[in-house]
Design a binder for this molecule. Structure first.
Ligand code: CP
Length: 260
């Protein structure tokens, strides 16, 4: 497990999950191997392929994980890049299915920064029919090419709606994430002003007009993107999401081990 960024859930869920399945997971933090700095990514990739059956990496630059995969002879699992977070969204859709019992006519509304979580929802919308809405301030939309690709596939309704009160109408799920992701923390004060109308509070949840689940990939900054009341509400399924990271990732690791 290579981590160029901090982590609680990804580290613990992968490490615990792999050990439960009889494996041994090795944690390499930001100062351990210096991927791309002390040693070229393509060299780390070939080296680790000689020692390990699977590699999970959390890196900044998305090109770095694709380079890691290009040179590896073992499966490489994306544990988050600046561009996307696929393991998170696979656990999320599993959690929605667990709580909703089916995934028919699903409307997911993401409120906040058009970040790596949104890109993974858009990738899911390319493979799975849904109504996906991103509600963000102007200038903070997700990558336009990824939006276009999701629309071009033609199986999902993908919208950007700037007004969060309009966006949440009839939502099955309201989802948010921190306003300043890892690597953007120096913009926290500026973003707090820009995103102030995008806080998920009790009144926004009620304005969906139906029973709506609240989801957050965590860690949450209570009082910023979400209120304490929403985090603690009966409709909040954030800890089921977090638990499911482990079960879904275990399934991903078994699948990759059997389909190398
Ligand atoms: N959601 C998530 O990936 O959490 P961590 O950053 O703590 O791993």
């Amino acid at each position: 497990m290579i981590f160029a960024k901090p982590s609680a859930r990804t580290r613990v869920s992968f490490e615990t999950g792999f050990e439960w399945m009889g494996g041994h997971a090795l944690f390499l933090g930001p100062n351990d191997i210096g991927i791309g700095k002390r040693e070229a990514i393509k060299d780390i990739s070939r080296l680790f392929s000689r020692y390990n059956d699977l590699v999970m990496a959390r890196l900044f630059d998305h090109d770095h994980i694709t380079e890691l995969a290009e040179y590896a002879s073992v499966p490489i699992i994306n544990g988050l890049t600046d561009y996307n977070h696929p393991c998170q969204i696979m656990a999320d859709i599993f959690t929605v299915w667990e709580h909703r019992a089916d995934l028919e006519d699903l409307k997911v509304v993401y409120i906040g920064d058009g970040n790596n979580i949104v890109h993974s929802w858009l990738h899911l919308a390319m493979r799975f029919p849904m109504h996906f809405v991103c509600s963000c301030p102007e200038g903070y939309e997700p990558d336009p090419d990824t939006i276009q690709k999701a629309r071009d596939v033609g199986i999902s309704n993908v919208e950007v709606i700037y007004d969060p009160n309009l966006a949440v109408k009839d939502a099955d799920v309201v989802y948010t994430d921190v306003w300043a992701s890892m690597g953007k923390k120096d913009e926290t004060d500026m973003r707090e002003k820009i995103f102030k109308d995008y806080q998920v509070d009790e009144s926004l949840m009620e304005s969906s007009g139906k029973h709506t689940f609240f989801m957050h990939c965590l860690p949450a900054e209570r009082g910023r993107e979400v209120t304490d009341g929403v985090m603690e509400a009966d409709y909040s399924i954030v800890f089921d999401q977090a638990e499911n990271r482990m079960h879904v990732q275990n399934a991903i690791m078994v699948y990759l081990s059997e389909n190398k």
